[in-house]
Design a protein around this ligand. Structure first.
Ligand code: 5GP
Ligand code: ZN
Length: 116
């Protein structure tokens, strides 16, 4: 995916400090944070969205890698109060603007009872 912005970040073509990295994913701070802590978990493998990931033979393993990385990412993010919300927008009508699967880890303030 030559012109995918997150593929370019994964490849290091767009410098972006990494909070966390392993073989399967990177975690970086969102460029336009909606909360004091707003981190993006980005699989290195290009899946357009959650559905494409779910259909790919190797997709579930990548989803498991994200789950496995979460404690380390949460620790690296520095979350006062400890809690966070994990949000994945799937498709333009759900607000997805970058068509490379990613998860938003949001926290650092009281997020309230609502989803958004
Ligand atoms: P989406 O709307 O697709 O769920 O989320 C895309 C997110 O990527 C947005 O929150 C946006 O601020 C973030 N973003 C877009 N381009 C960049 C970038 O070049 N660097 C970083 N760190 N975040 C980006
Ligand atoms: Zn990509």
């Amino acid at each position: 995916m030559d012109d995918c912005i997150f593929c370019r970040i994964v490849r290091g073509e767009i410098p972006s400090p990494r909070l966390y990295e392993d073989d399967d994913l990177i975690a970086i701070r969102d460029i336009q944070p909606v909360a004091p802590v707003h981190v993006l978990l980005i699989p290195k493998r290009h899946f357009a969205d959650l559905l494409e990931q779910g259909r790919a033979p190797e997709g579930p393993a990548v989803a498991a890698a994200v789950a496995r990385a979460l404690p380390a990412v949460a620790a690296a993010a520095g979350l006062p109060g400890g809690g966070f919300r994990l949000v994945t927008n799937c498709g333009p009508s759900a607000g997805q603007t970058v068509m490379h699967l990613h998860h938003h880890l949001i926290g650092g303030r009281d997020l309230g009872p609502k989803l958004l």
